[in-house]
Design a protein. Sequence first.
Lengths: 734, 235
Amino acid sequence: MIAVEEPLHRALGLTDDEYERIVATLGREPNRNELAMYGVMWSEHCSYKSSRVYLRTLPTEGSAVLVGPGQDAGVVDVGDGLAVAFKMESHSHPSAIEPYQGAATGIGGIVRDIISMGARPIALLDPLYFGSLTQHRNRWLLEGVVAGIGGYGNCIGVPTVGGEIRFAEPHSLNPTINVMCVGIAPRERLVTSSSRQVHEGSIIVLFGASTGRDGIGGVSVLASRTLEEGSEESRPSVQIGDPFAGKLLIEASLELAERDLLEGLQDLGGAGLTCATSESASRAGMGAEIDLDAVPLRADDLEVFEILTSESQERMLAIVEPSKVDEVLDVCAKWGLATAVLGTMVPGDGLRITMGGTVVAEVPARSLADEGPVYDRAVAAPEGLAALHDDDPTFATVTVDPREAFLAVLGSPNVASMRTVWEQYDSLVQGGTVLGPGGDAALVRIEGTVKALALSTDAKGRFGHLDPYLGAAHAVAEAARNVAMTGARPVAITNCLNFGNPERPEVMWQFAESIRGMADACRALGTPVTGGNVSFYNESGDSAIWPTPTIGMLGLLQDHRLAVRMAFSAGRSLYLLGETFPELGGSEFAEVALGKVSGRPPDLDLAREAALHGLIAEAAGADLLSSAHDCGDGGLAVTLAESAIAGGTGFAISLPGDVPWYVTLFSESASRAVVSVTTEDAAALEALAVDHGVPFARIGETGGPRLVFDTLFEVDLADATELSEGAIPRLLAG
Amino acid sequence: MREHPRVGVVTFPGSLDDRDALRAVGAMGGVGVPLWHAERELRDVDAVILPGGFSYGDYLRCGAIARFAPIMEEVVRFAAAGRPVVGICNGFQILCEAGMLPGALIRNRSLRFICRVVDVRVETSLTPLTEGLTAGDVLQIPVKHGEGQFIASGEDLARIEGDGLVAFRYCAPDGTIDDAHNVNGAANAIAGVRSDAGNVVGLMPHPEHAVDPDVGPTGGQPLIASLLSRALARV
């Protein structure tokens, strides 16, 4: 709603200072169209103005990195002449208002980021964070988001192979919806700014859907402000997806890349045509002349600023050498896509927009795309953290019954099986899914090789709430551990950084700490950051989400035939790798059984973490492991139960007498995993563990129809399975 | 006689499992031949597969637009000549819309998309997919669809059952038919049907996703193998 008395720039999300800066850049007052263009490009969502000073501190280089942050997606070399592009984004704000379309267009947008690099999308992962399912609205949000992801993802033929769902009250008003896409291409087919030369006089072609009045101001009105009461009125700022057009866009874009017809390719997402043209020009170090008369419109009364900022979905912008334009138009016609020759790349850096023969906007492209404001905002640790740390559940008096506690943790929504959700996603299309949703990491075969990509997404909400540095570091460590459990080596990450309002010093402190934790963990584990996305303003009133830096980890398994699974087989020896400390701060047990989200998160020794990954990789390569599963939410007890349920076989373990049962079973100490081996391989595993300096303990054996925890308690496997798989459906039924 | 049968796989705009069907045919020893919806050329194939996906975005109704594609005239002629035509998932929907198979497919009973490995019981060996199999055989094959609930009017259903046109049913691992294993609520747990002549068959499960043990179950192997041998036998 634009109030009459409010200056236009403020209604567009620009501050008075930013307005003055635009005037200084142009040497004159901007017109209404230009102001709209700056409004979207200098929004938090597009300009990263609050996060840039911190993002610069992340490690971004590594021997495998071909394209780091700054382009549509990061790209790494996976050998055999192949490159993998991957990227994660948020679509939280639109999903909070219209869950189906918000999530669906999130999928469409991230997929277009991957095809912009010339890569074929081969996998999707969806980490989602909601408030409690005991509330009707949260169930509506989850059902809508899941249906939207399926509705789009299932229709474009890209398998959804993983992700996670977690629940915490701060996400009630602000669900956090992240989507990750992974694509693959022969290295020489990549369309990146370093691999392709854009020439003066090259032609700018828009192809795909027509442009309508949807998603106007999506990045500025929706994604760069907090959601308040009555935010349903922002519904017109939510885009509408057309997955069929999205599928045609994939095939047409890849055919253009395969036939070597492109100098540049960019998707139209946030900030629409303004973003795509200014970034393309700025990246090429050129200017561009654009004629809006050529843009196919859904309604002929669209105003100029609407055409320039519309976020209508399923559109791409190609930069093409003049002699190849006809061929480009033919390929698009074959796929039934509309095309429009919009303009030309020109010397200089001016972005000149005309309509009806009149210049309607003329600004330096760089000033939109790369010279937005940068803020080093105030930081301050939130009050009350010390009190939270002091109330450490590790030292609480535990009176709860062990068996009851186990059942409560196993059936908790954060731990229970999400089968009912991931069965709504096509995880099989393309025929490469070696391991689908529900395990530590997904494994997707690389066609034409025996290699596979290992993929995991992780965030540690409670840990981050209690200590954002450790929360982010644990998220990286757990994502790497998940990938390592399959036998793969972690390679690189992408991320989606979900936070509250950056104008509040407490939020900015959480952000700064999270970046520091992520940087330290990525350096220690050798997994550079190849890009990502920042989503601020995830708060309503004074209730912000917990700091939620979501990590998307890419790993590489050299031979998928040696992939390790989490499922138990009967008659194997069970080993706990790593060391368990009395660390219940921020644990699932503390929240579910003690009602506490407090204390300090577990320590993280990154050298121990790396040693564990090295041990698993070597043991897997030697085909020693019958199963491997990391210890995460819910600790050792949940790890064992999940492997038992997956394999349809029980286990019996012994418990150390000198440690409280709740520490052994539910502590969430880092850098641990449960593996099983045949009796013959036990000695070899132990020798390897010694070599790698990883502490180990033989804790029991697999087999039988029950989960036996020494003499403390036991549970029938069938009951545990029903509890785990039935918990979410029961909650969704209301 | 050819050594390797040529199996055409039609790509409509919005087809998704076309590459998977081609790969499965190749893996089982056949030659996969890509066919394009806008052409009228079957390129001398010995059998045709209409693959899964969302042809034309499944706008109007699943398969309702695809049946008017130029290549469908050729497919109809090919089928009329008694040659094998297989519709998988969206391809099954297209064959029903085109009147080449009886019945129709509507939204799953759960109203949700379902991706799951299910058990499927072979009901007849009189289809190109099941010639090498025996009625009662149980195969593990994945389904992945939102609109796979087979229905037919009472009269049609009686005829489908009476004439032995049911090709596959959803079942328990031991072959028992019960409601708990009827994954989408299909009438009489029907997962696939055949034409009166028997050379056209459609099914919701995806045999092309069940041939490679590295990525799933192998219940599709005997079905693809049967199709290849039937395709060869025609010359």
